[in-house]
Write a protein that binds this ligand. Structure first.
Ligand SMILES: C[S@@+](CC[C@H](N)C(=O)[O-])C[C@H]1O[C@@H](n2cnc3c(N)ncnc32)[C@H](O)[C@@H]1O
Length: 187
Protein backbone atom coordinates (compact mmCIF):
# COMPACT_ATOMS: atom_id res chain seq x y z
CA UNK A 1 0.00 0.00 0.00
CA UNK A 2 1.40 3.41 -0.87
CA UNK A 3 1.04 6.57 1.18
CA UNK A 4 -1.98 7.55 -0.91
CA UNK A 5 -4.12 4.99 0.84
CA UNK A 6 -3.48 6.45 4.24
CA UNK A 7 -6.07 9.18 4.27
CA UNK A 8 -9.80 8.76 3.89
CA UNK A 9 -12.25 11.31 5.09
CA UNK A 10 -15.87 11.03 6.11
CA UNK A 11 -18.79 11.70 3.78
CA UNK A 12 -19.66 14.75 5.90
CA UNK A 13 -16.43 16.58 5.25
CA UNK A 14 -16.04 19.62 3.05
CA UNK A 15 -16.26 19.08 -0.71
CA UNK A 16 -12.57 19.13 -1.60
CA UNK A 17 -9.69 16.86 -2.42
CA UNK A 18 -7.14 15.93 0.21
CA UNK A 19 -3.47 16.67 -0.37
CA UNK A 20 -3.05 12.99 -1.20
CA UNK A 21 -5.61 13.18 -3.94
CA UNK A 22 -8.61 11.56 -2.24
CA UNK A 23 -12.00 13.26 -2.31
CA UNK A 24 -13.37 14.47 0.98
CA UNK A 25 -16.99 14.11 -0.10
CA UNK A 26 -18.72 11.57 -2.29
CA UNK A 27 -21.11 13.16 -4.70
CA UNK A 28 -22.06 12.95 -8.34
CA UNK A 29 -23.37 16.22 -9.74
CA UNK A 30 -27.07 15.95 -10.54
CA UNK A 31 -27.68 14.79 -14.07
CA UNK A 32 -24.11 13.75 -14.70
CA UNK A 33 -23.17 10.15 -15.42
CA UNK A 34 -19.57 9.44 -14.56
CA UNK A 35 -17.72 7.50 -17.26
CA UNK A 36 -15.82 5.43 -14.73
CA UNK A 37 -19.11 4.30 -13.20
CA UNK A 38 -20.70 3.53 -16.49
CA UNK A 39 -18.10 1.30 -18.08
CA UNK A 40 -17.17 -0.82 -15.13
CA UNK A 41 -20.63 -1.29 -13.70
CA UNK A 42 -22.19 -2.00 -17.07
CA UNK A 43 -19.53 -4.64 -17.61
CA UNK A 44 -20.85 -6.22 -14.44
CA UNK A 45 -24.34 -6.25 -15.93
CA UNK A 46 -25.79 -3.13 -14.40
CA UNK A 47 -25.59 0.62 -14.75
CA UNK A 48 -25.04 2.97 -11.83
CA UNK A 49 -25.08 6.35 -13.47
CA UNK A 50 -27.49 7.79 -10.93
CA UNK A 51 -31.26 7.54 -10.56
CA UNK A 52 -32.82 6.79 -13.92
CA UNK A 53 -29.60 7.43 -15.80
CA UNK A 54 -28.64 3.78 -16.19
CA UNK A 55 -31.97 2.90 -17.78
CA UNK A 56 -31.77 5.99 -19.98
CA UNK A 57 -28.40 4.83 -21.32
CA UNK A 58 -29.70 1.30 -21.88
CA UNK A 59 -32.70 2.67 -23.77
CA UNK A 60 -30.45 4.75 -26.01
CA UNK A 61 -27.86 2.04 -26.52
CA UNK A 62 -29.05 -1.50 -25.70
CA UNK A 63 -25.64 -2.95 -26.64
CA UNK A 64 -23.81 -0.97 -23.99
CA UNK A 65 -23.41 -3.92 -21.61
CA UNK A 66 -22.01 -6.14 -24.35
CA UNK A 67 -19.60 -3.37 -25.35
CA UNK A 68 -18.49 -2.78 -21.78
CA UNK A 69 -17.85 -6.49 -21.26
CA UNK A 70 -15.85 -6.67 -24.49
CA UNK A 71 -13.82 -3.68 -23.29
CA UNK A 72 -13.04 -5.33 -19.95
CA UNK A 73 -12.21 -8.63 -21.69
CA UNK A 74 -9.75 -6.75 -23.90
CA UNK A 75 -8.17 -5.06 -20.89
CA UNK A 76 -7.73 -8.38 -19.12
CA UNK A 77 -6.28 -10.10 -22.21
CA UNK A 78 -3.85 -7.23 -22.72
CA UNK A 79 -2.67 -7.28 -19.10
CA UNK A 80 -2.25 -11.05 -19.12
CA UNK A 81 -0.21 -10.78 -22.33
CA UNK A 82 1.99 -8.07 -20.80
CA UNK A 83 2.63 -10.02 -17.61
CA UNK A 84 3.29 -13.26 -19.49
CA UNK A 85 5.72 -11.34 -21.72
CA UNK A 86 7.73 -10.33 -18.65
CA UNK A 87 6.54 -6.74 -18.14
CA UNK A 88 6.59 -5.99 -14.40
CA UNK A 89 5.47 -2.35 -14.36
CA UNK A 90 2.16 -0.94 -15.54
CA UNK A 91 0.82 2.62 -15.53
CA UNK A 92 -2.95 2.39 -15.94
CA UNK A 93 -4.43 5.83 -16.69
CA UNK A 94 -8.21 6.17 -16.68
CA UNK A 95 -8.66 3.46 -14.08
CA UNK A 96 -12.43 3.81 -13.73
CA UNK A 97 -14.37 2.61 -10.72
CA UNK A 98 -12.68 -0.71 -10.08
CA UNK A 99 -14.30 -3.94 -11.00
CA UNK A 100 -12.81 -7.37 -10.47
CA UNK A 101 -10.57 -8.63 -11.83
CA UNK A 102 -8.79 -5.35 -12.29
CA UNK A 103 -5.39 -4.74 -13.84
CA UNK A 104 -3.34 -5.71 -10.78
CA UNK A 105 -5.40 -8.85 -10.11
CA UNK A 106 -4.94 -10.12 -13.66
CA UNK A 107 -1.23 -9.28 -13.57
CA UNK A 108 -0.73 -10.83 -10.14
CA UNK A 109 -2.31 -14.08 -11.30
CA UNK A 110 0.74 -14.33 -13.56
CA UNK A 111 3.31 -12.77 -11.22
CA UNK A 112 2.97 -11.10 -7.83
CA UNK A 113 5.96 -8.96 -8.79
CA UNK A 114 4.01 -6.76 -11.19
CA UNK A 115 3.67 -3.20 -9.90
CA UNK A 116 0.65 -1.15 -11.00
CA UNK A 117 0.20 2.62 -10.72
CA UNK A 118 -3.45 3.56 -11.24
CA UNK A 119 -4.37 7.12 -12.20
CA UNK A 120 -7.73 8.77 -12.78
CA UNK A 121 -8.90 12.38 -12.71
CA UNK A 122 -12.25 11.63 -11.05
CA UNK A 123 -12.36 11.97 -7.23
CA UNK A 124 -15.18 9.42 -7.06
CA UNK A 125 -12.88 6.85 -8.65
CA UNK A 126 -10.33 7.73 -5.97
CA UNK A 127 -12.84 6.87 -3.25
CA UNK A 128 -13.39 3.41 -4.67
CA UNK A 129 -9.73 2.93 -5.53
CA UNK A 130 -8.69 3.34 -1.92
CA UNK A 131 -10.92 0.44 -0.93
CA UNK A 132 -10.42 -1.90 -3.85
CA UNK A 133 -7.21 -1.27 -5.73
CA UNK A 134 -4.66 -1.03 -2.99
CA UNK A 135 -3.23 -3.06 -0.19
CA UNK A 136 -1.08 -5.49 -2.12
CA UNK A 137 2.14 -3.54 -1.61
CA UNK A 138 2.61 -3.42 -5.36
CA UNK A 139 -0.20 -1.06 -6.29
CA UNK A 140 -0.87 2.65 -5.93
CA UNK A 141 -3.51 5.14 -6.97
CA UNK A 142 -3.46 8.89 -7.34
CA UNK A 143 -5.58 11.58 -8.89
CA UNK A 144 -3.95 12.78 -12.08
CA UNK A 145 -4.76 13.97 -15.55
CA UNK A 146 -3.45 12.31 -18.69
CA UNK A 147 -3.49 15.72 -20.36
CA UNK A 148 -0.65 16.69 -18.03
CA UNK A 149 1.77 13.76 -18.43
CA UNK A 150 4.68 15.58 -16.78
CA UNK A 151 2.80 15.94 -13.49
CA UNK A 152 1.70 12.29 -13.69
CA UNK A 153 5.29 11.12 -14.16
CA UNK A 154 6.55 13.38 -11.36
CA UNK A 155 4.06 12.02 -8.81
CA UNK A 156 5.66 10.30 -5.78
CA UNK A 157 3.61 7.14 -6.36
CA UNK A 158 5.25 6.76 -9.76
CA UNK A 159 8.59 7.21 -8.06
CA UNK A 160 7.74 4.46 -5.56
CA UNK A 161 6.41 1.93 -8.05
CA UNK A 162 7.99 2.56 -11.43
CA UNK A 163 11.65 2.16 -12.38
CA UNK A 164 12.14 4.16 -15.59
CA UNK A 165 15.13 2.03 -16.51
CA UNK A 166 12.93 -1.07 -16.82
CA UNK A 167 10.14 -1.77 -19.34
CA UNK A 168 6.88 0.00 -18.49
CA UNK A 169 3.47 -0.63 -20.06
CA UNK A 170 1.21 2.38 -20.39
CA UNK A 171 -2.50 1.56 -20.46
CA UNK A 172 -5.06 4.09 -21.73
CA UNK A 173 -8.05 1.80 -22.13
CA UNK A 174 -11.31 3.44 -23.09
CA UNK A 175 -10.08 6.87 -22.04
CA UNK A 176 -8.57 8.76 -25.01
CA UNK A 177 -11.99 9.66 -26.39
CA UNK A 178 -12.44 11.97 -23.38
CA UNK A 179 -9.89 14.35 -24.89
CA UNK A 180 -11.84 16.54 -27.26
CA UNK A 181 -10.49 18.18 -30.41
CA UNK A 182 -10.71 21.53 -28.61
CA UNK A 183 -8.22 20.20 -26.05
CA UNK A 184 -5.68 19.55 -28.83
CA UNK A 185 -4.97 15.86 -28.17
CA UNK A 186 -1.86 15.87 -30.39
CA UNK A 187 -0.12 18.50 -28.26
C1 LIG B 1 -14.72 4.56 -19.47
S1 LIG B 1 -13.70 4.58 -18.04
C2 LIG B 1 -12.51 3.31 -18.44
C3 LIG B 1 -12.12 2.48 -17.23
C4 LIG B 1 -11.11 1.37 -17.55
N1 LIG B 1 -9.89 1.87 -18.14
C5 LIG B 1 -11.74 0.35 -18.48
O1 LIG B 1 -11.37 0.31 -19.64
O2 LIG B 1 -12.63 -0.38 -18.02
C6 LIG B 1 -12.74 6.06 -18.38
C7 LIG B 1 -12.05 6.64 -17.16
O3 LIG B 1 -11.14 7.63 -17.62
C8 LIG B 1 -11.15 8.68 -16.69
N2 LIG B 1 -10.65 9.89 -17.35
C9 LIG B 1 -11.29 10.68 -18.26
N3 LIG B 1 -10.51 11.70 -18.63
C10 LIG B 1 -9.34 11.55 -17.95
C11 LIG B 1 -8.13 12.31 -17.90
N4 LIG B 1 -8.00 13.43 -18.61
N5 LIG B 1 -7.13 11.89 -17.09
C12 LIG B 1 -7.29 10.76 -16.34
N6 LIG B 1 -8.41 10.00 -16.34
C13 LIG B 1 -9.43 10.40 -17.14
C14 LIG B 1 -12.60 8.80 -16.25
O4 LIG B 1 -12.72 9.45 -15.00
C15 LIG B 1 -12.99 7.33 -16.18
O5 LIG B 1 -12.82 6.82 -14.89
Amino acid sequence: MTMDTAQHESDNAEDSVTNQGFPSRRSTPAGRTRPGCTTTSSAAGQLRGGPGRGQEILDLSPDVIMGARANRDFLQRAVRFLAESGVRQIIDIGTGIPTSPNTHEVAHAVSKDVRVAYIDNDPIVATHAGARLLGTGNTGFFLGDMRDPASVLRHPTIGELIDPDQPVALMLVSVLHFVSDEQDPRA
